[in-house]
Design a protein around this ligand. Structure first.
Ligand code: NCD
Length: 298
């Protein structure tokens, strides 16, 4: 049976904690790349810097060679389905696939392929589970690794919630560990996945007053349709966050890439309250742990 991480709900609470603790306390030690082991395929049909390189470095740490499949130069561009591409690559010795695609929900049908591992590195406006996991591990580490200290923690996610797969993965993750999620955006960017477990507001100032951690998001212009980009100037005027907006003990996070001057002011670039680069660093440990978990059999 294939092992897949497509949604946060693919992992139990114990697995989430095990992966994050491994990343924090004992990330897999670097090994020599062994070409005899099944390779890790990186299929990215959308732009990516940190996510792709983070997975690539993580796979190499585990001694796995990596195959980068760029949609523009492969048969995906000639109309081959993702499933066919995976079957062919499996026949060539690729055991685990890390996939980023603009097609929301399109990875579900790949679960049925036997003897492979599958990781969702972002599917349209669907989910981005490893980003939420690395954010979670960063928060856990900042709380001394004590999961009880997450109870009642107030995490605000501010920005383009409607089109954010990071926010959607967080909407699944936060309630499972007692983290209170406060969603902050203009009314038009309110996400359609909200349930009674989530709180939403368009009042940035009062939300910021009560948060332990603020996570800002990039405006996902490439996922906007028709006239949706028109709200951007209004967003910057009302929701832009600068150093003076944060209280002294508040932490700042962002999944990257940051558009400085849009969602965050330039004066936050080297602010001591920022965990943004700690998130990137944690990404390597979390993705190594995730790939180790998935490659146990592939
Ligand atoms: C996010 C993504 O691609 O969903 N970035 C990331 O993976 N680090 C958020 C974004 O693109 O803004």
């Amino acid at each position: 049976m294939a092992k897949s991480l497509i949604r946060i709900s693919d992992l139990t609470d114990a697995e989430i904690l095990r992966l994050c603790r491994t990343a924090i306390e004992s990330p897999p030690a670097a090994r020599h790349v062994n070409p005899a082991l099944p390779a890790v395929g990186l299929l990215f049909t959308e732009p990516s810097t940190r996510t792709r390189i983070s997975f690539e470095r993580a796979a190499q740490r585990l001694g796995r060679s990596t195959i980068l499949v760029d949609a523009k130069t492969t048969s995906l561009e000639k109309g081959e389905t993702m499933a066919d591409t995976l079957l062919n690559l499996r026949a060539l010795g690729v055991g685990t696939f890390v996939i980023r695609t603009p097609e929301t929900g399109s990875l579900e049908e790949l679960r049925a392929i036997e003897d492979i591992g599958l990781v969702n590195a972002g599917d349209g406006i669907g989910e981005h589970p490893t980003q939420a996991l690395l954010d979670f591990a960063t928060i856990l580490a900042a709380r001394g690794g004590d999961v009880n200290k997450l109870q009642g923690l107030k995490l605000g996610i501010l920005g383009d919630l409607k089109r954010s797969r990071v926010a959607r993965s967080w909407s699944q993750l936060a309630p499972r560990f007692g983290i209170e999620l406060v969603l902050i955006s203009p009314g038009d960017w309110k996400p359609d996945w909200m349930t009674s477990a989530h709180r939403w507001t368009d009042d940035k100032r009062s939300a910021l007053g009560e948060l332990d951690i603020l996570m800002a998001l990039r405006i996902q212009k490439e996922r906007m349709v028709a006239n949706q980009a028109q709200g951007t100037d209004d967003f910057v005027r009302r929701f832009h966050v600068s150093a003076a907006d944060l209280h002294p003990r508040q932490k700042l996070m962002h999944p990257g890439p940051v558009n400085w001057g849009i969602e965050l002011a330039e004066d936050l670039k080297s602010d001591p309250r920022s965990l943004i680069l700690a998130q990137v660093e944690m990404g390597l440990g979390v993705r190594s742990a995730v790939l180790e978990f998935l490659t146990e059999r592939n």
